[in-house]
Design a protein around this ligand. Structure first.
Ligand code: SAM
Length: 217
């Protein structure tokens, strides 16, 4: 899955992963899990998810996304005025509560982002083929400090029944990818109608799981 795959999705508007509502696990759990001192959430591979508008109600949001179309559309579709400026290899789209850095996540330095309390991952890890997932987690690790918690939403289905994306990530995959981290399994969302955002999958079961992951201090 290279960058051109994703650019084509955005150019052709084939965005089956895009949700028309805030993710239920986010609206159900995020506020309960935050601390009064939490100030900043980072959203890698953010697309134009409405989850960022939800997160911005609680704290400063920084998203990262490959596609220029996604970044522009996020602001246009939410009727938010934005400013644009070039920051090295990245284009920055911003309004007071929210910054989107457009460019390749694997080239983004954690030094470019202020202290991060939360990382929100819905359809970022699972968007990547298994062979790229460890590379993603290893780079994500550079954005962690001792106070950072990752709000990770995974998806599970019989791997042989669907060619991703999305790619199924089981609990044992999470343990192996995040080896050396603290991993707390929080909740599961069984998707009875097998609908994943705008697509319906013909699989025997489909479920999402929420984990909170932090550095093992
Ligand atoms: C499955 S979509 C999920 C988007 C968003 N998290 C959501 O829930 O709607 C994956 C997104 O990752 C972006 N992406 C893929 N590879 C990337 C990379 N190397 N750097 C930054 N963004 C990337 C794609 O353009 C796409 O918008």
């Amino acid at each position: 899955m290279d960058n051109s795959f994703w650019h084509k999705c955005w150019e052709r508007n084939t965005l089956g992963f895009h949700q028309r509502d805030v993710h239920p696990l986010l609206s159900q759990y995020f506020e309960k899990l935050t601390l009064p001192s939490d100030r900043h959430v980072f959203v890698p591979l953010c697309g134009k998810t409405l989850d960022m508008a939800y997160l911005a109600r609680f704290m400063q949001v920084t998203g990262n996304e490959l596609s220029d179309i996604a970044c522009k559309d996020f602001f246009l579709e939410n009727n938010i005025e934005y400013q644009k400026q070039t920051l090295g290899a990245f284009e920055q789209f911003s309004c007071p509560q929210l910054v989107l850095l457009q460019g390749d996540f694997f080239k983004l330095s954690s030094k470019a982002i202020d202290s991060i309390d939360w990382i929100y991952d819905r359809a970022a890890l699972i968007a990547l083929p298994t062979a790229m997932q460890q590379q993603y987690v290893d780079h994500l690790r550079t954005f962690f400090s001792t106070q950072t918690r990752l709000f990770l939403v995974t998806v599970e289905f019989p791997k042989e029944q669907l060619n991703g994306p999305p790619f199924a990530v089981t609990e044992s995959d999470v343990k192996s990818l995040f080896s050396g981290f603290n991993i707390e399994y929080v909740a599961k969302n069984e998707i009875k109608d097998k609908q994943f955002a705008q697509r319906t999958f013909e699989v025997d079961y489909l479920l999402e799981k929420l984990y909170i992951i932090s550095l093992d201090n």
